[in-house]
Design a binder for this molecule. Sequence first.
Ligand SMILES: Cc1cc2nc3c(=O)[nH]c(=O)nc-3n(C[C@H](O)[C@H](O)[C@H](O)COP(=O)(O)O)c2cc1C
Length: 204
Amino acid sequence: MIQISYVSRATAPMSSEDLLSLLRQCLTNNPGSAVTGMLFYANETFLQTLEGEEADVDHLLQRIKADPRNTDIQLLHRRTIERRDYSDWSMGFRRLTDETLVAAGAPSGTTVADVNPLYLVRHRDIVEQLFREHVDPNARTLDLIDDPRDQLARYLKAENTRMRGQVELALLMLESITDATRHGGVTERHLQLCVEATAALRRV
Ligand SMILES: Cc1cc2nc3c(=O)[nH]c(=O)nc-3n(C[C@H](O)[C@H](O)[C@H](O)COP(=O)(O)O)c2cc1C
């Protein structure tokens, strides 16, 4: 298996509805090709890690490169892995906030407005920390026989990560309906996205 990560620039700001729609594609397609990973978005910037069999990851990367929603893809790393970091996620998702950036080691005062592909390329330590914080702790340490307290801590961390993912999906759903209601009405498409997001939330 391999794991890659890249940054890219969104060709236009992504609304909640756009992000929900993108996430729907990930959650629908990735289980079929056994691709897992984590996607971050902030300030028209994507940061994603993908892992799985080499052919599957490369095939998906080609599709993403050709996707008009993003451009200027820059690979940050490509390595062979023995096991996944994100085995529980077909695709975890999180929007970056000022708080998540500072928690990942950015100097205090850093805001989401500072984020762009060049910033992330230049701050690999922050990127690594962001990925590390969202790793499924059960995936990393499967074969370690450790203290029950460590096991409990790992379990709680994994649950916390999962819950944050669920909250993010629910937020996208509520925001997209709120936006749509404000700007001209909820359409069949919103409804469909919400039905699928609700189903995904129930599965977790
Ligand atoms: C930043 C970014 C990340 C993406 N990640 C994935 C992904 O993990 N899985 C996926 O199937 N599609 C992903 N896509 C969407 C693909 O580029 C493509 O649109 C999609 O796979 C086509 O799916 P469909 O044939 O079901 O419509 C991503 C797109 C962008 C812009």
